[in-house]
Unconditional design. Structure first.
Length: 261
């Protein structure tokens, strides 16, 4: 649950115009669409209805259930919405606006916030199961439960590397493991003169052995099979490391293709 104090909640309620059960200018339909777009969550879910079914009560339920970083993201998006549609409550002043931004900044600084590389996990090809894996991963990270998506991370990584290997003319077969794909991909980058520093080369080559170990984690410590799943802290480390590698490869390929990706 979000670590909002009672004073902070009152300030947020003022800014969002939550008196009388409303939230800004949202209808029930647009309220649902807003949460789906910005969080992938269903604000109509029963778990947000502990205090009632109005939009304001579901918002309060959202604060009660979801972690700081998710609440912060929604609040920031709501401020942008209020500014764009000019639906800020009449009694909103600069002091309240500044206070709410400080609240959002504090929520984002919570050390329990998840993997900073979450934006790396977006599908880069138009393929339904790739999209599904990306969505599953992002939801697990945003709910601060990365261990539950380790098998999806493995699927995502396989598809991501296969796609980029094929683009570089590397033979891709169904039985070629994750670390082998990475090894051949890094070799192709070196041969193409795309790595400017020895350190970058070493970091990428170290990822080959990391991905080899990931095969074991996926098979024996994820929900891919009937296993006890890996502990939270180590799952976060795995996501952070692989997410950083994926982000780098996206940037490198985007630059190589004139910023097209």
């Amino acid at each position: 649950m979000a670590t909002l104090s009672s004073i902070e909640k009152r300030k947020l309620e003022r800014l969002l115009g939550m008196g009388g059960g409303y939230v800004l200018n949202f209808s029930d339909r647009t309220f649902s669409l807003f949460f789906e777009e910005h969080t992938g969550l269903d604000i109509d879910d029963q778990r947000y209805r502990g205090s009632g079914t109005s939009k304001a009560n579901r918002m309060r339920g959202f604060w009660t259930v979801e972690p700081d970083h998710v609440v912060a993201r929604v609040l920031l998006a709501m401020i942008e919405h209020a500014s764009e549609y000019e639906c800020v409550p009449a009694d909103m002043d600069d002091t309240l606006f500044s206070d709410v931004h400080r609240i959002i900044a504090r929520l984002n600084q919570n050390p329990s916030s998840p993997v900073p590389e979450v934006d790396a996990f977006t599908a880069s090809v138009n393929e339904l199961d790739f999209e599904a894996a990306a969505k599953h991963i992002r939801t697990a990270i945003e709910q601060n439960e990365p261990a539950t998506a380790l098998d999806r991370l493995h699927v995502f990584s396989m598809k991501f590397l296969r796609t980029n290997c094929e683009r570089r003319g590397i033979e891709v077969t169904r039985d070629k493991p994750l670390h082998s794909l990475m090894g051949e991909y890094v070799k192709a980058l070196r041969a193409g003169g795309l790595l400017e520093s020895e350190m970058t080369d070493r970091i990428l080559r170290s990822s080959i052995s990391v991905l080899e170990a990931f095969n074991d984690v996926r098979n024996n410590q994820s929900l891919a099979h009937d296993n006890p799943i890996l502990n939270h802290s180590e799952a976060l480390l795995i996501f952070s490391h692989i997410g950083a590698s994926i982000r780098f490869i996206r940037a490198l390929e985007g630059h190589a293709n004139g910023g097209a990706r």
